[in-house]
Design a protein around this ligand. Structure first.
Ligand code: AMP
Length: 187
């Protein structure tokens, strides 16, 4: 049974943490567009150089870069058996693109999971995390961008298998819920 999951939710909701744990348990790749971009930035590749200033400002990297990136990643052999997408799609255009891309690849997503966390918790978590794009100003901008551009993606998935999961609980409890959800889909 292939498993294809899309993790939605604001920055700091715990998507990365949960996606990592589930990908190990389920032995499917964890595809984090943020991690791919950070690696590209560190290596100084053309993608990294183009993405850098957007990331440092808390803005979305332009779709023309993101769409190529995700097409290339999902076309790789290790993605044929399933995947967990973390950080993509980040706007409605990306969500429509993903749907068309998956159709081309003969795949479809099993579920989209929105990890929900109150704003004050997000702010605390992001400011504690200390990633180099986690300065107070960038965090504020990332949250604005989330509300303006990414939150509408939740509506896109409402009639396409959306699950709402409370992300303001101990990580193990959230993992257990997510596994139950996955097993439900697999049965
Ligand atoms: P993340 O690790 O998911 O918080 O992503 C870190 C940064 O990478 C974001 O603030 C954006 O600048 C960029 N980024 C990651 N994923 C995307 C995406 N799907 N579309 C546009 N920009 C992205």
């Amino acid at each position: 049974m292939t498993k294809r999951l899309i993790f939605l939710g604001p920055p700091g909701a715990g998507k990365g943490t949960q996606a990592k744990i589930l990908s190990q348990k389920e032995e499917i790749p964890h595809i984090s567009t943020g991690e791919i971009l950070r690696a590209a930035k560190e290596q100084g590749t053309p993608l990294g150089q183009q993405a850098k200033s957007y990331m440092e400002r808390g803005e979305l990297v332009p779709d023309r870069l993101m769409l190529d990136l995700i097409r290339e990643r999902l076309s790789r052999p290790d993605a044929h058996e399933g995947w967990i997408l973390d950080g993509f799609p980040r706007n409605v255009e990306q969500a429509s693109f993903l749907e068309a891309l998956l159709k081309d690849l003969g795949q479809s997503a099993d579920a989209a999971i929105n990890l929900d966390v109150p704003d004050h918790v997000i702010l605390e978590r992001l400011l504690e995390r200390g990633r180099d794009d986690d300065t107070a100003e960038t965090v504020r901008r990332r949250l604005e961008v989330y509300r303006e551009q990414t939150a509408p993606v939740i509506d896109f998935y409402r009639d396409r298998g959306l699950h709402l999961v409370n992300g303001d609980r101990p990580p193990e409890t959230i993992t257990a819920d997510l596994q139950a959800l996955l097993n439900h889909h697999a049965s």
